[in-house]
Structures are given as structure tokens and as C-alpha cells.
Design a protein around this ligand. Structure first.
Ligand SMILES: NC(=O)C1=CN([C@@H]2O[C@H](COP(=O)(O)OP(=O)(O)OC[C@H]3O[C@@H](n4cnc5c(N)ncnc54)[C@H](OP(=O)(O)O)[C@@H]3O)[C@@H](O)[C@H]2O)C=CC1
Ligand SMILES: O=C1O[C@H](COP(=O)(O)O)[C@@H](O)[C@H](O)[C@H]1O
Length: 456
């Protein structure tokens, strides 16, 4: 297997892709014969690139500096091909690939990872075809796959001129999180939940991803993108689809992918009146951000899923930068049962998937407080997923899936095409942007979107 990492000197490569490849190597999860070729527009020697890879692993890997023996066996397989890569000039890449093929086999599968600015995806795809590097290859696209409905369609067409859909892996790393995958396992493995996974029993779904992070490192990218495209129509929609999907025929790759894409087609186009935008007060003072920027750094939205299962159940989505805390929580809020007990708390039965870090599943229940009488209390139990085994970080997990040829945790163009239809009313009529203090909970207007129990 020959992994070509385009954009290998960039931010994502440094933070995620290179440390993940090393993690897979350390855990012996890479194929027995593999080579990594970093690509970029500048010129570097193999050793200079290896040194960059080492620094990335030390800074962003999970386990600190690599051991000498693990590092040496990794570094020996790392090469660099400079001079860029374009239709009219392929730079050094074809020669470096030829050398790799002569070492590990002429039939080695090519995996191209496009860790590049999204505006360059189409041009690099065309260049792969032009230089005969597309046939039989797997190609990984970072997010966002298109930055508008029009650019999505153009990119999709460019990709399918060069590749069959089976060759394409569009990454959304929230699908690679352990807790996200546990959503369908927990639901379909436990009658307790599958029987109650519908509008009769569920009051609302909340997907809440507040971040304390600012955008200083990525001002240019962020100001052109905003929270709605960066997080809502990508990660939060995909997670919503994981919750909302109908039972797939099996948990096999194609069936899971089908089920997720099918339910996205039932997402109702968002109503701008049900979307709140905010911008943190210090945003415009950031270097690289215009004094009058109206980019949203916070979004709260009420999404409806038009299937019988979810009729009338709001999916409340919220995310923002520079908030008072960081969390990634998906909560299924169950309805209060009719019956002899009155004055039940609105959030007295909640199943929560903590998507951050190693992940956890929490169950909040209304119980009787010990003692005389029937005083109620709300208690929470938790299963931290790392107590059950050693999971892989999301990027490592998804890269391992690409290497195995498993597309179940990737996105598909039919689903993405509908995502743009759902987003269009908001893109055409963006809501007013409410300022919010740095380190706060976001604009007060967002509170009104939530149901009787408020945001959890
Ligand atoms: N950074 C992050 O945290 C995340 C990023 N992503 C996605 O990953 C992809 C890469 O992001 P990121 O690494 O931050 O991006 P960068 O801006 O760091 O760009 C990556 C590399 O692309 C190369 N490049 C090739 N062609 C061009 C070009 N025409 N203009 C500019 N650079 C070019 C550059 O390398 P060289 O100069 O060597 O050619 C650059 O270092 C994007 O699609 C992004 O949306 C997704 C999630 C998180
Ligand atoms: O893709 C992105 O995700 C991160 C949050 O993801 P994490 O799980 O790695 O913390 C977000 O901060 C960033 O803005 C967005 O581009």
C-alpha cells in the first residue's frame, strides 16, 4: 500500500493525519508492506520531511515521543515528493511512486489523502487522472466537500469524472468517534432503547458541541466558512443522521451507509426563524479578521426529521467557539410517562453519548430518594468507554477503515446533496448575528429554541 499525503506540510497533516498513521504503525495495524509519500509544493529532502513527521508525532501524538525502534521502522518507509502536483506538472510524485512500487510491489494499492484546502480538491483530482494515478486508487477527501451548493455539484462532477464512487472516502471525523459508533450498537443491541427510539417516547434530541477554543490559528479559513458550514451541516448533521436512521438491514458497511444517507433525505430544510447565529465579542479583534466581519462563531438550530419515527421531535443542534466550556454531547431526552407520578423533571430520563475524547455513555434516571415518602431525585450512571477496551482516536480509526476498504463511516454524495438543500434557506437568508461575551454560554436568543427542559 502506498499512501500519498497531499498537503503533508499543513495543519491537519501535522495535528491528525501523521500522528494517526504513526499510531496505526505502533499498534501494528498497517499492512505489512506500506510506504508514505508526503507531497507539497516546496522542495524537501526525505530526511527533512521525516524530521517534520517526528515533530508532529511528538507534539500531537497520544503517547509522546516515539520509541527509537518504532520510529526507525516507521521513518524508513517515509519519503517526500516535492514540486507540487498539477495537471500540467506532476512534480516529483510519479518518480517517487515508481521507486516505492519497485520496493513494495508494482500492484501496491494507492491511497491518496487530500489534506488540502477544499478549493483545490477538484484540481488535484483532475491531476490524479491526468497522471494515471486514479485507476484502482482510494482517494480520501477532507471536509468540507464543497463550500456551497454550486461548488458541491461541481466538485462531485469532477470527482466522478476521475473516480468511481467506491474509490471515494469523504471524511467526517465525528463518525469515527467511538461514542458515535456506539449509537447504533447500543440502540440495536438493547431492546430497552430500540423499542423507545421514536416520537412516542422521545421528547427531543440535543447535539451540543460548545468549545472554549478561539479561531486565531485558522482565521482565514474560519472567517470564510463560519460555524454553520464548519460544524452544523457537516459533523452535527452526520451525528443527527446516526441517531435518526431507520434500522439498517445489517451493520455492514453498505447497509449502514445507506441507512444514514436515506434519513438525511428526510431532513426538512431549515427555517431561518429556527436558527440563531452569534459572534463572540473578541472575534473581530483577531488578526486576519475584518473589523466588520459578520461571520457566525455560534449557531443553534432546530432541525426536523420528516419520518414517521421522528414526527414532531425537534433535533436541537448547538455549537460555538469561545464559550464557557468544551463538550460534545448527544442527548436523547425521553418523554415523561403518564401515570401516577406527577411533577416529574423534564430531563429526568436522558441517554447521553459523550463524544469527546475516549467517549462515554451516560444514563440519567429519575429515582426515589432514600427515606420515608416518595421524594424524587435525578441520578446519573456512566460507562466510560475506555474502561471497556483500547479504542482508536477518530482519525486513526477512519484511516484504518480506508486502508481496509471499509466505507461505512464515510459520507456519500446523495446525502451531501440533500444537506445543501437543508442548508440553503439559511445560506440565502442568514439570521441576525447576536454578539455574545467571550467565555459565555452564547447569545440568550438560543435559549428560546430549546424545549421545556432548556438546553441540558
Ligand atoms: N486544520 C484542521 O484542524 C482541520 C482541517 N480540516 C480540513 O483539512 C484540509 C486541510 O486543512 P489544513 O491542513 O488546515 O490546511 P492548510 O491551510 O494548512 O493547507 C494544507 C497544505 O496544503 C498545501 N497546498 C497545496 N495547494 C495549495 C494551495 N493552492 N493553496 C494553499 N495550500 C496548498 C500546502 O502545503 P505546501 O505549501 O507544502 O504545498 C498546505 O500546507 C482542509 O480541507 C480543511 O478544511 C478538517 C478538520 C480540521
Ligand atoms: O472539524 C472540526 O472539528 C473541530 C472539533 O473536533 P474535535 O473532535 O477534533 O475536537 C472543530 O474545533 C473545528 O472547528 C472543525 O473544523
Amino acid at each position: 500500500m502506498i499512501v500519498v499525503l497531499f498537503g503533508s506540510t499543513g495543519d491537519l497533516a501535522k495535528r491528525m493525519v501523521l500522528p494517526s498513521l504513526y499510531e496505526l504503525h505502533r499498534r501494528r495495524l498497517l499492512p505489512s508492506e506500506w510506504t508514505l509519500i508526503g507531497n507539497g509544493r516546496g522542495d524537501r529532502t526525505d530526511d527533512e520531511f521525516r524530521s517534520h513527521v517526528h515533530d508532529s508525532i511528538v507534539e500531537f501524538g497520544d503517547d509522546g515521543p516515539p520509541s527509537e525502534s518504532d520510529w526507525q521502522s516507521f521513518a524508513d518507509r517515509v519519503h517526500y515528493a516535492g514540486g507540487g502536483f498539477a495537471v500540467d506538472d506532476a512534480g516529483q510524485l510519479p518518480d517517487v511512486i515508481e521507486r516505492a512500487r519497485s520496493e513494495i510491489g508494482a500492484d501496491a494499492t494507492l491511497v491518496h489523502y487530500l489534506a488540502l484546502p477544499p478549493t483545490t480538491f477538484a484540481a488535484y483530482t483532475e491531476a490524479l487522472a491526468a497522471h494515471d494515478l486514479a485507476a484502482g486508487a482510494r482517494v480520501v477527501y477532507e471536509k468540507p466537500f464543497g463550500t456551497s451548493p454550486e461548488s458541491f455539484t461541481e466538485l462531485d462532477e469532477a470527482v466522478h469524472r476521475a473516480l468511481d464512487e467506491e474509490q471515494v472516502y469523504r471524511i467526517d471525523h465525528f463518525l469515527g468517534k467511538e461514542s458515535t459508533q456506539n449509537l447504533h450498537v447500543l440502540r440495536f443491541a438493547n431492546g430497552l432503547f430500540e423499542g423507545a427510539w421514536n416520537a412516542k417516547h422521545v421528547e427531543e434530541i440535543q447535539i451540543d458541541v460548545p468549545e472554549t477554543l478561539d479561531i486565531a490559528d485558522r482565521a482565514g479559513f474560519y472567517d470564510a466558512t463560519g460555524a454553520f458550514l464548519d460544524m452544523i451541516v457537516t459533523h452535527l448533521f452526520q451525528v443527527a443522521a446516526e441517531v435518526a436512521m431507520e434500522p439498517p438491514t445489517s451493520l455492514g458497511a453498505d447497509d449502514l451507509l445507506d441507512a444514514r444517507q436515506a434519513v438525511i433525505a428526510a431532513f426538512r430544510p431549515l427555517d431561518p426563524a429556527e436558527v440563531v447565529y452569534g459572534q463572540y465579542e473578541g472575534y473581530r479583534a483577531t488578526e486576519g479578521i475584518a473589523d466588520d466581519s459578520s461571520t457566525e462563531t455560534f449557531v443553534a438550530a432546530r432541525l426536523w426529521v420528516d419520518t414517521d419515527r421522528w414526527h414532531g421531535v425537534p433535533f436541537l443542534l448547538r455549537t460555538g467557539k469561545m464559550l464557557d466550556r468544551s463538550a460534545q454531547r448527544l442527548s436523547v431526552v425521553f418523554r415523561r410517562p403518564d401515570g401516577p407520578l406527577t411533577k416529574l423533571p423534564a430531563d429526568g430520563t436522558v441517554l447521553t453519548f459523550d463524544l469527546a475524547g475516549d467517549g462515554a455513555i451516560q444514563l440519567t434516571l429519575t429515582v426515589k430518594r432514600p427515606g420515608s415518602g416518595t421524594d424524587l431525585d435525578v441520578a446519573r450512571m456512566e460507562v466510560p468507554l475506555d474502561t471497556l477496551g483500547d479504542g482508536l482516536p477518530p482519525y486513526a480509526r477512519l484511516i484504518a477503515d480506508v486502508l481496509r476498504g471499509d466505507r461505512s463511516l464515510f459520507t456519500r454524495p446523495d446525502g451531501l446533496a440533500h444537506v445543501w438543500e437543508v442548508a440553503t434557506p439559511v445560506l440565502q437568508h442568514p439570521p441576525e448575528v447576536h454578539p455574545y461575551p467571550d467565555g459565555s454560554r452564547g447569545p440568550a436568543a438560543a435559549a428560546d429554541l430549546a424545549g421545556p427542559g432548556g438546553w441540558l
